[in-house]
Design a protein around this ligand. Structure first.
Ligand SMILES: NC(=O)c1ccc[n+]([C@@H]2O[C@H](COP(=O)([O-])OP(=O)(O)OC[C@H]3O[C@@H](n4cnc5c(N)ncnc54)[C@H](O)[C@@H]3O)[C@@H](O)[C@H]2O)c1
Length: 314
């Protein structure tokens, strides 16, 4: 892969932002990684810690701080700044808190950088991606969310384990909302080109159980270690590499819909082609009638949330 490294800015130097920085540094896909956080000393400390590993991963510059001036000239801005849900908070409370954080972040970013690609990771990722797109005024190709990447990674892991193959050999996607209304694109799921239901380990009940596990396993990880950050950190780094190597790689990313099976004016995940200019294309995939209904349902759920937080429109 021909990576031409560029400058990356990560806003939010918490668990997810710092895990992403660590993996991007390990991959060597950036010339410079800047970490920006409201909690300035945290961003500085993370950058110091990473710099102490430059002996092993040289030729990179890592800087941390609180000023958005640091994101000047970055080609890619990754937004991980956001709160996690606290006991007693409703989902909607969290949406409002993270939408307010996003507004502050976008104001800071736009003051210094109007040319970058924006990758949104903060949750609820589909809503925050939609707001980032509206607030930035950037072309739609330049703003995308990690969407169902993590769900798809978990799904491929569980399917790989069940069928006895590497997750890399599993071609299966979770689409729609990064949340409760997500759904598996069962009609296209295959291993080495073989549809799942042609394989000897196939069993419909088990497949459904593996999808349910995919959907709920985050809660289990959070109960055990308070947060999830390594897998999403690797996902952010993988997408960063796809951008800087101008790969035209297909990933399920959250992007703006325009009459995609009747879904419009909402961001959710379908397979997209990613390169150095951003999202080149949303693939127009064949969905069964049931999958189309599931996609529409995801769109309605997300639209309902957008209306609740922003009834007058952005
Ligand atoms: N999309 C996904 O698949 C996925 C996976 C895991 C986590 N997440 C989300 O990523 C986000 C970050 O998670 P985390 O575990 O790193 O949380 P964290 O609390 O460890 O880190 C968040 C960081 O954001 C910073 N921050 C808060 N407000 C800010 C502001 N206005 N400006 C700049 N920085 C600000 C905080 O100081 C903190 O360092 C959450 O919204 C979480 O739900 C998304």
């Amino acid at each position: 892969m021909n990576v031409k490294p560029g400058k990356v800015a990560i806003v939010g130097a918490g668990f997810v932002g710092s895990s992403a920085a660590y993996q991007i540094m390990g991959d060597g896909s950036a010339t410079e990684i800047v970490l920006i956080d409201k909690f300035e000393t945290k961003a500085e400390g993370e950058a110091m810690d990473l710099n102490h590993g430059l002996w092993f991963k040289p030729h990179q510059k890592i800087v941390g701080g609180g000023s958005y001036e640091l994101c000047k000239d970055a080609e890619l801005i990754i937004i991980t700044a956001g709160a996690n849900r606290k006991p007693g908070q409703t989902r909607l409370d969290l949406v409002k808190i993270n939408a307010a954080i996003l507004k502050e972040v976008m104001e800071g970013v736009l003051h210094y950088n109007k040319n970058a690609l924006v990758m949104v990771v903060a949750n609820p990722v589909d809503i925050i991606t939609y707001l980032a797109l509206k607030q930035s005024g950037f072309p739609e190709s330049r703003v995308f969310g990690t969407g169902t990447m993590l769900d798809t990674a978990r799904f491929r892991y569980f399917l790989g384990e069940h069928f006895g193959v590497s997750p890399e050999s599993v071609n299966a996607y979770i689409l729609g909302e990064h949340g409760d209304s997500q759904f598996p694109w069962w009609s296209a799921a295959n291993i080495g080109g073989a549809p799942l239901n042609t394989l000897k380990q196939y069993n419909k009940e088990t497949m459904n159980a593996l999808f349910q596990k995919t959907k709920t396993v985050a809660a289990e990880v959070i109960a055990k270690k308070q947060a999830t950050y390594y897998a999403i950190g690797m996902i952010i780094a993988r997408l960063t590499k796809a951008v800087f190597s101008d790969e035209d790689h297909v990933f399920p990313l959250s992007t703006m819909m325009h009459n995609y099976y009747g879904v419009s004016d909402v961001c959710l995940s379908v397979p997209c082609v990613l390169n150095r200019k951003g999202v080149k294309e949303q693939l127009k995939i064949p969905l069964t009638a049931e999958e189309q209904a599931q996609l529409k349902h995801s769109g309605e759920v997300l639209k309902g949330i957008i209306k609740e937080i922003n009834p007058q429109g952005v």
